[in-house]
Design a protein around this ligand. Sequence first.
Ligand code: AMP
Length: 281
Amino acid sequence: MRTYKTIRHLQNRLDRYRKEGKSIGFVPTMGALHQGHISLIEQSNKKSDITVCSIFVNPTQFNVKEDLDKYPRTEVQDAEMLKKAGCDILFLPTENVIYPPNQDNSYHVDFGDLEKVMEGAHRPGHFAGVAQVLKRFLDIVNPSAMYMGQKDYQQFTIVRALLKHLKSKTKLVMGETVREADGLAMSSRNVRLTKKERSIAPLISKALFDAKSKLGKKSIAKIKKEALEQLDIPEFRVEYFEIADGISLQAIKSLDGVKTAVACTVVHLGKVRLIDNVILK
Ligand code: AMP
């Protein structure tokens, strides 16, 4: 695996691969890698000739400074994991490389209703930051395919809209959420849970999977009410639990005319904000 910190060196290498007719798969991450990230690398390895992984903790997508400051950083271990997984290129830019001080780094796309709900409603500016950093990475890497996780379902939907807006040729591929044996969705933030918090965290995915098992048997309102009851324990602070149309992301009241539905939740446990979702249909 080759590691690049500058755009010029990375692009020289990628241009050489392109001239050889090789396809480039890209997995953007913020590091503190786990099997969820690695599963995306493995998918890219299977479908693309060359896999590029970026690690960049993007400050513009954090709306809470403490979350950014406490975001785990495990670069050495990450590089080892990527090497083992067969990643070809690790791109490790600094903030000045991604947002050069002498350049206008502003970028804005109006995602309409997609960004007004769930994460968009609770994390002001988050998706603007996500779009800004991904536009930059797409310009730099220009991948044939980009691999992103279902774990951040709304982010995936926003990125799909971004690629459409850019008329980009990059194909967007969704990787299934990888979970711990007890159902907890893998997340870089899980290491910040205490032992006690970690032991109750799987109740979040249980509420989501239980909701899925009730689909078609109970009303959406009842399913949502029961999920909120399940999550109503002193250790949890539920930010939202929504059952939404999987395409428009707007909350639904019934399955009539709905092609795909998704249950999405965010729960605060101790100092950690945990996000998860299950595709219901
Ligand atoms: P992050 O480093 O958290 O920004 O995540 C980088 C990419 O990995 C995003 O596309 C995430 O959706 C994806 N990802 C994070 N956790 C998981 C998981 N448990 N399973 C699958 N993909 C994941």
